[in-house]
Design a protein around this ligand. Sequence first.
Ligand SMILES: [Zn+2]
Length: 210
Amino acid sequence: MSEALPAAIVAQLDALGQALREVTQVHRAGTLAILEAATLSAIRAAMPGLLGAVLTESTTSLKAGGVGQTVACSECGRHCPVPSWRERAVTTGCGEIRGERPWYHCTSCRWGWSPADQTWELVRRTRISAGLADWLIDWGASTSFTDAARELGKLTGLPISPETIRLYTEQRGTELETVDEAAAQRVQETRAAAAPLAEAPGTLVWNSTG
Ligand SMILES: [Zn+2]
C-alpha cells in the first residue's frame, strides 16, 4: 500500500479538483480553446498553494520543534532563543507565495536571519526566486524588455514589469562582466608567473656559453 499523502498537499489537490470540475460545468460542451484556457487558468491559480504545501512539508524549520530552543547565530555563533515569525512574499515560477517563517534576531551582533531562507537559499530581501529570475534574464537578454514582459506574461500568467526584467538582466550582465574580468586577471597573473620559468632555461644556456 502506498504511503498516505500529506494533508496539506491533498487539500491543495482537492481544491484544484473542485476548480477543474467547475470548469467542466461552466463550459459544458466547450471548445478545446476554451477548455484549454480554463484548465490552464485553474492550474496556475493552484500552483502557489501547491508550492506552499510542498515547502511546508519539506522544510524542517517550519515544523513544530523543527528548530531547537536556541540556534547558533550564523554570524557570531551566539545562541539565540526561540524566534518570532515573520511574513515573507516571493514571486516564483509557480506564482507568488506568501507565508510566515521563523525569524531569529541575535542580541549580540544584531544579525537577523531565518533558517528557512537559508535552507531555500533565498537571497536576502529579494522578491523574486532564483528560478524565476533565470527566466526573466533569459527573455531579457534575447528580446526587448517590453516584449519579454509580454511573452513571459502570456506563457506564465505572471505580471512581471519590463522594468523588473531590465533590472535583473542588467544586474546579471554586470555580474558576468565581473566574473570575466576576474578570469582575465587570473590569466594575466598566470602568464606573469609562467614567464620567468619559460625564460630560465635560455638564461642558463646563455650563461654556460658566455
Ligand atoms: Zn550574532
